[in-house]
Design a protein around this ligand. Structure first.
Ligand SMILES: CC(C)(COP(=O)(O)OP(=O)(O)OC[C@H]1O[C@@H](n2cnc3c(N)ncnc32)[C@H](O)[C@@H]1OP(=O)(O)O)[C@@H](O)C(=O)NCCC(=O)NCCS
Length: 189
């Protein structure tokens, strides 16, 4: 596990919240041996109460992400049922009860490579007023830790060209090209 971690984080201290009964996944799946030395900054699994701590507003710094509390709870509960698929990590500034960072590891079950697991890193964002403090890098570190723990053979992600350097600092390398096709909205089934 150690060799998979970014060297620039290795001496830092990350506090992982112990108060996690409502977490999307067990706290024990996160790297709790390293902690961040600002006592108010905590990394932990997403919790059902995080809507009220600005989770939607934070995601709006990434893309369109307006949703109601009931939509949040419905989606949270769907994810929680798929226990081994969705790992949404958040960073909370406890002094403000505010979610200031988030990132998701989505685990895809494949047939290839002996029914391997592939991890998709999604929706990485750090609040604009907290950027440049290595929180993004630590978030990726936590997702890499979980991905290794659950047995993913690789982690992949799509990003804008202007974030390539950030992900390279997190240990990723550029591979192939990304393609996208946006589909027309359909009525809900
Ligand atoms: C990208 C993002 C998550 C980075 O978070 P952050 O906490 O500011 O980044 P960190 O402080 O952990 O940066 C780690 C290292 O990467 C570098 N870095 C961060 N973003 C970078 C960028 N866009 N270009 C080049 N280097 C970057 C930092 O300078 C730092 O390097 P250093 O250790 O040599 O000083 C944050 O800028 C963000 O939320 N952006 C808006 C949303 C977004 O684009 N998310 C990515 C979706 S794919």
């Amino acid at each position: 596990m150690e060799s998979n971690e970014c060297s620039s984080i290795s001496n830092n201290n990350i506090i992982c919240s112990n108060n996690n009964n409502n977490g999307l996944f067990p706290l024990s799946m996160m790297n709790t041996t390293r902690y961040y030395n600002d006592g108010d900054i905590q990394f932990r699994p997403l919790e059902i109460d995080d809507y009220d701590k600005g989770y939607s507003a934070l995601l709006c710094q990434l893309t369109e992400a307006k949703f109601t509390k009931s939509q949040y709870i419905e989606r949270y509960n769907q994810m929680k049922k798929e226990l081994d698929n969705y790992y949404v990590v958040v960073v909370e500034d406890k002094s403000k009860s505010k979610i200031i960072g988030t990132g998701t590891l989505m685990v895809e079950k494949k047939f290839i490579r002996g029914c391997a697991l592939c991890g998709h890193i999604e929706d990485i964002v750090v609040d604009s007023t907290y950027r440049g403090k290595n929180l993004g890098l630590k978030m990726i570190e936590q997702l890499k830790y979980i991905g290794t723990l659950v047995g993913c053979y690789k982690l992949i992600l799509d990003c804008d060209e202007n974030n390539v350097k950030f992900y390279e600092k997190c240990g990723f390398v550029k591979k192939q090209a990304m393609m996208a096709l946006y589909l027309p909205p359909q009525p809900k089934l």
